[in-house]
Design a protein around this ligand. Sequence first.
Ligand code: KIV
Length: 289
Amino acid sequence: MSSETAVSAAPAVSSPPAALYGGASKRRVTVRDIAAAKERHEKWPMVTAYDAMTARVFDEAGIPVMLVGDSAAMVVYGYDSTLPVTVDDLIPLTAAVVRGSSRAMVVADLPFGSYQSSPQQALETAARFMKEAGAHAVKLEGGHRVLPQVELLVSAGIPVMAHLGLTPQSVNTLGGYRVQGRGQAGDELMADAKALEHAGAFALVLECVPTDLAHRVTTSLSIPTVGIGAGPYTDAQVLVWQDLMGLTPRPAKFVKKYFDLAGEMDRAVRAYADEVVSGAFPTPEHSYR
Ligand code: KIV
């Protein structure tokens, strides 16, 4: 068949591009899909995930991008900040999320101390997440300080999601978990955002920044912004799944609780325990002959 014939055999009306969320496509989401969504001004949801079963639920719900966040330090490992978690802690979680999903892009967070010292260190860490866990992209925190890291990773073929605003790995220099980018700091954040885009980042998380600033950054960049505590104008939103499901005891102001998982689990485990104590469980229905 000549290329001319192949072209003329194509349907007269091409099918619309698959939406990132709610689209029919069964293949993995790629950075090209994410770039195309920005061009279409299409908003999309991202959630964190840390295990295979939860990842499967989110994947089947159509969530296009899952982040194995270093928030695992707090919500999985029980630390009081993200600082202690290591690459060795996060690689098995990332591998589980990749195994539990078939459509979502899985982004692995590079933990504190695993990329800051040099671009070479960043490349070695990111390569471990790609080779050992099957991650499709990595995320790292910071602006101008990490531009050489972003450039090297991108040139090595590793998609990079950047992260500005409240960067929890810098909580000690930021003086706590507080809103970032007010006043003059907003101009610095804007400059960092443009530099990260220029360095090749495919998306930018904006955490805890004023709505106006997030709006300006979003309209100034051609890569998508992913907001968390950054108001309604970012291209995407991300939440830690334990926050949105109501498992976190004291969530931040920016969290909307969509379910009372802690309450439901409490009710269920008490019902189970009461039935064990009373002898109501197990019945013949749950026993073998
Ligand atoms: O670690 C994490 O979960 C994150 C998101 C909150 C953006 O960085």
